[in-house]
Design a protein around this ligand. Structure first.
Ligand code: HEM
Length: 449
């Protein structure tokens, strides 16, 4: 686009110069610059912005009513830092390169990351026209949640120039923090939209209930994120303990490191500070139900977005190029939603992968249902040690782990500890939660764990 506008300037200048042979170079340059600036303003406000803002937004913009020296022409911080970066979701992960009949050029389309920092492609691979045709001859990217920022922008941006790629999503979020931009929920109220308290209130904006559910799970106490046993352990965590475990050689800290304490009397040895017992993350126990939950969430948070939203890797590209030459030209989605252009072959390939994935999921679910039904038919259970337990039987597994046999399945729950009402709670044998008691007891007391 820069080359296009640079050429436009020179074209206008040449024509002006022919019309006004008496103008000096500076006059030709300044007048051409003024004209190109005006063209850009006209196109931006009259042709582009209405597509971005829609009718109501365009009406609010109103027509130009003359220069007003009292209007601050600067843009607000939140516009530059956040709002106008919406343009990043318009970026297509593929640069389509089309010939003059809108078919793919012999060099093929380009993944976005291969296009940056490679101006030589313009010279060697057909000039600027193929890329420009790709911009006007192909529909815009589909505005579905999973298409907003492609992996090209979050995992491969500028990878041709830097050893580590830039993550545009992370940069945008971080830039918002750098600039102290108010949170989205505050902007909703400012813009007279409904106020929101939780992700369900955003169901018109985030239509996919699965995504809303995933977002909810960022709070560690939400059901399904950790098992009850894990939660109990997590609530033993303290910054003091993290300092003890990870400092170079910190041996003593106060019980609450956020509050200054007198040394040595108010300091505790690190061994006295409660610790998160990671054994409850050991991947084998009778508590299959909660183990399943834990696994699901852990895998969910690690899962990368499906490659179907992105451009194929190099080896796939070679294959697709060969196929492309034989098959139909690109067709533009006629759908009113402006569906992304898909190559016919790629579409059917994606669809087969999708169908195979669904099939796999159905088989896995069927297996789970069979297992659950088999359990329901069982009257009792067996605990971890293989001891038979009757239906509805309850027992203590350890000091603070209650188990119950329900519907053929053992479920164990670890007691949740209330915050101890003293500065230096201790873990004492026979109790689940840290207790407050006389601090005179020696630290190596056999009662201590
Ligand atoms: C080839 C496409 C694009 C690339 C590679 C790109 C890349 C970038 C990068 C790397 C930044 C700096 C991020 C930071 O460190 O804060 C940035 C900032 C920005 N981008 Fe883009 N961008 C592209 C297209 C767009 C479009 C189409 C728009 C709007 C329609 C846009 C709007 C902005 C804005 C408003 C900023 C912030 C500028 C500022 O802080 O003053 N970008 N872009």
């Amino acid at each position: 686009m820069h080359t296009l506008w640079f050429r436009e300037h020179n074209r206008v200048a040449t024509e002006l110069s022919a019309l006004n042979p008496h103008w000096d170079g500076d006059t030709v340059y300044q007048e051409a610059r003024k004209i190109v600036g005006a063209e850009l303003q006209h196109i931006t406000y009259s042709h582009w912005l209405p597509k971005v803002l829609g009718d109501p937004g365009t009406k609010m913009l109103r027509d130009y009513r003359g220069y007003n020296p009292n209007v601050n022409a600067g843009i607000i911080n939140s516009f530059a830092t956040a709002a106008f970066r919406f343009g990043h979701i318009l970026i297509n992960p593929i640069l389509y390169r089309l010939n003059n009949t809108l078919g793919e050029i012999s060099e093929g389309h380009l993944p976005f990351n291969k296009a940056l920092f490679s101006p030589s492609r313009i010279i060697k691979e057909g000039g600027i026209d193929p890329v420009l045709r790709g911009l006007f001859g192909v529909a815009a990217k589909w505005r579905a949640p999973s298409y907003l920022l492609s992996l090209e922008l979050t995992q491969r941006l500028f990878s041709a120039a830097y050893s580590a790629a830039v993550d545009s999503a992370a940069t945008i979020i971080q830039r918002g923090r750098d600039h102290g931009i108010p949170p989205y929920v505050d902007f909703r109220v400012f813009c007279n939209l409904t106020s929101v308290k939780n992700f369900e209130d955003l169901q018109n904006e985030i239509k996919d209930s699965e995504i809303r559910q995933k977002l909810r799970k960022f709070w560690y106490e939400n059901p399904g994120v950790f098992t009850p046993a894990q939660l109990t352990q997590l609530k033993q965590a303290s910054l003091g303990r993290v300092l003890c475990d990870n400092g170079d050689s910190i041996q003593q800290v106060q019980a609450d490191v956020f509050v200054k304490a007198e040394y040595p009397q108010d300091y505790l040895s690190c061994s006295e500070i409660p610790k998160v017992d990671l054994r409850v993350w050991q991947d084998c126990c009778a508590d299959c139900r909660s183990r399943g939950q834990f696994r699901a969430v852990t895998q969910e948070s690690q899962k990368k977005r499906s490659a179907q939203y992105n451009y194929p890797d190099e080896k796939d590209m070679e294959l697709s190029h060969r196929r492309n030459r034989q098959r139909d030209k690109i067709y533009v989605g006629e759908d009113a939603r402006n569906v992304t252009v898909l190559e016919k072959t790629k579409f059917s390939q994606d669809f087969s992968t999708f169908a195979a994935e669904i099939q796999e999921t159905i088989t896995a679910l069927r297996e789970q249902i069979n297992k659950l039904e088999a359990r329901l038919r069982q009257a009792g259970c067996r605990d971890v040690k293989g001891v038979p337990r009757k239906a509805e039987e309850r027992w203590m597994k350890e000091d603070c782990t209650h188990c119950v046999c329900e519907s053929g399945q053992v479920t164990c729950v670890v007691e949740i500890c209330a915050p101890a009402p003293c500065a230096s709670p201790e873990l004492v044998k026979g109790t689940c939660c840290p207790v407050c008691r006389d601090r005179g007891m020696p630290t190596d007391s056999p009662e201590k764990r």
